[in-house]
Design a protein around this ligand. Structure first.
Ligand code: COA
Length: 703
């Protein structure tokens, strides 16, 4: 028997165990082990039933992603799953933890499924740009109704055991240890004389309104999964399950899977899977550096950010003390938090008792002394250096020794803030994104004196509050906002040249950005970005005094959604954006007044200018050491800035375009547009001329 798969017998029941740490992902060793064990068991006539379970914290959590795109070594999935399904005696999957991807496919090739009550079943392959390739698209619709199968595969959301049982995927939910429960279930089957129940021999379920169902799913994909090929391939594979015999359906699935695995979409999404795990690893940091304990948190500022950050900790069960300078602010802040939780209760995503428990963890205060017991205190007031310094001096006086002092600043020099404390080693940037309780990203800004264990603690905090923490160094705007600057500059310049805001945003949105940058400015408040740029013009990356249309809009009070007007018009709060001819005319006139040649940049040009300027800035961040890795930048942009995941993030996308292509375009724009702004980053130039890529550069750096 192999290390990865072994079995024991107890009377006439065999218990097969997959043991492939950390998450029992299926690789060649697991497939070979299953083949060997099931072949051996087939020859043992005294065995009357087989239970298949996993060691460790979870059932199989997927195919081993490292094997994707490599052409896997024999035995293949179909051979092994067929062997399990063909077993002459009943095979019962014993599922605990998360059966994901190949895990659900293996369980589906078993004849029966017993699940622990905490178990979940999912087919998240689309999140990796592929479709289930081990028979999942053919077997799942034979176990659960077609609409449920499609929802599971399109959403990727795992189904909890109880729901899986309702749908027909699970035969028995156990509240005790699952393998023992599955053995008991197996004994009952044997006693009843029940034989194998092969999934492939069942009919597809719930096919009454199949035409309407597929039409609705195609429409849903066109709307919510634009530019992607794997969801459409998924529908084709499931349609084959409905229309063709099992083996032919399997062939359709295999052919589509093989194509998708090689496609850019899947490479991009796999890149992000690893990038999101890589961000937790800080080069050069010894494994001996341990995080500080975080059991109590303080927040300064009860505004939108402070409230949202408080919710993140309360949601994780950590008590929070939230401070503001006026009772009215505290009352307003607490009321907003209450309203947010209330909305979750009315949507059904939170139970009333959970709301009460979370609210009970948040204590408002006007007294700095109340922050004295906090292990980490996060300041979240508006962007003003003098104010932040004043707050940090006060925090330095009351915080206990070893407490971490975090600032939520998005642009200010945190090294300077740290100077007012006697503990710069404990000061760090914790840049949340609005709304903080929703947005995935946490930029962790390591200052020149921040201690290593403070960085490690910040990464641990991110994990605890279920955010993706990415470490950056101090500079204007850190990673995210610094790259936004040239990106926004090009978008605004396109408008001054003659494009409308709608043309710019729709080009970016069709390409895949969740929201066009000008609409983002309207949402965030045009005044905020404008005033920050004016206050710190000397720090702007190669952008001294560049004319911004945002200045004109701010002067007129057309500062975006909150004013009902900005680059667009808005009717009512949260209203839909509408074209504003007056703003368009004003900005085009301004472009003429400034002597900017009037023309309409095409959609491709808009996308190239916006993205290539952003990528160029990313290359500068890498050279300056502000970002640790190109893939960290990709995580920042996909987790925090609405960059389409299926394009892998700006730096991965640059590699797919080719750095030489981008470099040549930048040189062209230098001649045709603006020599000052279009200067290639030296790193980009070097890699482009060497025929290299950001990916290769990262691999070389990590060696
Ligand atoms: N293939 C290869 N490695 C995998 C893997 C897979 N399918 N799933 C997880 N891993 C690795 C991770 O890379 C990580 O490795 P590292 O410690 O070297 O960084 C390790 O297993 C632990 O994973 P992590 O995500 O950090 O653990 P977790 O406890 O937070 O989450 C899961 C566990 C299973 C929920 C999560 O890993 C997951 O969703 N995995 C992907 C599942 C999937 O998409 N399967 C379908 C593939 S077809």
């Amino acid at each position: 028997m192999s290390d990865a798969v072994s079995y024991t017998t107890s009377g006439d029941i065999a218990v097969v165990t997959i043991d492939s740490p950390p998450v029992n992902a299926v690789n060649q060793a697991v497939r070979a082990g299953l083949k060997q064990v099931f072949t051996e068991l087939e020859g043992q006539t005294r065995i009357k039933a087989i239970v298949l379970g996993c060691a460790g914290k979870t059932f199989v959590a997927g195919a081993d992603i490292k094997e994707f795109g490599t052409g896997i070594a024999a035995p293949g999935y179909h051979e092994v799953l067929r062997l399990i399904e063909d077993s002459p005696v009943p095979v019962i999957a014993a599922v605990h933890g998360t059966a994901l991807g190949a895990g659900t496919e293996i369980a589906s090739s078993c004849h029966y499924r017993v699940a622990h009550e905490g178990a979940r079943f999912g087919l998240p392959e689309l999140s990796l740009g592929i479709i289930p390739g081990a028979g999942g698209t053919q077997r799942l619709p034979r176990l659960v109704p077609l609409d449920v199968a499609l929802d599971m595969m399109l959403s990727g959301k795992p189904l909890p055991a109880a729901k899986a049982m309702e749908a027909g995927l699970v035969d028995c939910v156990a509240s005790s240890e699952v393998v023992a429960a599955a053995v008991a279930f197996a004994k009952e089957l044997v006693a009843k004389g029940a034989g194998p129940r092969r999934t492939r021999e069942q009919a597809v379920k719930g096919v009454e309104q199949v035409v309407e169902l597929f039409a609705a799913k195609r429409a849903q994909i066109a709307k919510t999964m634009r530019n992607r090929q794997s969801p459409l391939a998924l529908l084709d594979a499931v349609q084959a399950a409905v229309e063709k015999p099992f083996d032919q359906g399997l062939q359709v699935e295999s052919a589509l899977s093989a194509q998708l695995e090689q496609a850019t979409e899947s490479r991009a999404l796999r890149h992000l899977f690893y990038a999101e795990r890589e961000v937790r690893k800080i080069p050069g940091l010894s494994a001996d550096v341990k995080p500080r304990a975080i059991t109590r948190v303080g927040i300064v500022g009860a505004g939108t950010m402070g409230g949202g950050i408080s919710m993140c900790f309360a949601n994780a069960g950590i008590p929070v003390t939230i401070l503001d300078t006026a009772q009215a602010n505290l009352d307003r802040g607490m009321a907003t938090i209450g309203k947010n939780y209330e909305r979750s209760v009315s949507r059904g995503s939170l139970k009333p008792e959970q709301r009460d428990q979370r609210l009970g963890l948040i204590t408002p205060t006007l007294d700095y002394a109340a922050l004295g017991t906090a292990d980490v205190i996060i300041e979240a007031v508006f962007e003003n250096m003098a104010l932040k310094k004043d707050i940090f001096a006060k925090l330095d006086a009351v915080a206990k020794p070893g407490a971490i002092l975090g600032t939520n600043t998005s642009t200010l020099d945190i090294d300077e803030i740290a100077t007012v404390t006697k503990r710069p080693q404990d000061v760090i940037g914790l840049h949340f994104f609005s709304p903080a309780n929703v947005m995935q990203l946490l930029e962790i800004v390591q200052c020149s004196k921040t201690a290593a264990d403070v960085v490690v603690t910040a990464l641990e905090i991110a994990k605890t509050i279920k955010k993706t923490g990415v470490v950056a160094k101090v500079c204007y705007g850190f990673i995210g906002n610094r790259m936004m600057d040239p990106y926004g500059r090009e978008a605004e310049h396109c408008v001054l040249e003659g494009a409308t805001p709608e043309e710019v945003d729709s080009a970016l949105e069709s390409w895949g950005m969740a929201m066009g940058i000008l609409a983002v400015y309207d949402m965030a408040g045009i005044d905020i970005g404008h005033l920050t740029r004016v206050a710190r013009a000397h720090l702007l990356p190669r952008d001294p005094g560049f004319y911004r249309p945002s200045a004109m809009l701010t002067e007129r009070g057309w500062i975006g959604q909150k004013a009902g007007r900005g680059y667009y018009r808005y009717d009512g709060a949260g209203g839909k954006r509408a074209v504003d001819p007056e703003v368009i005319a004003m900005l085009h006139e301004e472009g003429q007044r400034l002597g900017i040649p009037q023309r309409k940049p095409g959609r491709d040009e808009i996308v190239e200018r916006c993205l290539y300027s952003m990528i160029n800035e990313g290359a500068l961040l890498l050279e300056e050491g502000i970002a640790l890795r190109a893939s960290d930048i990709d995580v920042v942009y996909t987790a925090g800035y609405g960059f389409p995941r299926y394009r892998g993030g700006p730096m991965f996308y640059a590699d797919t375009v080719g750095l030489k292509v981008i470099y040549d375009k930048i040189m062209e724009f230098q001649k045709t547009l603006d020599p000052q702004h279009w200067q290639p980053a030296p790193l980009l130039k070097k890699l482009a001329l060497a025929g290299s890529s950001f990916g290769q550069y990262q691999a070389e750096q990590s060696r």
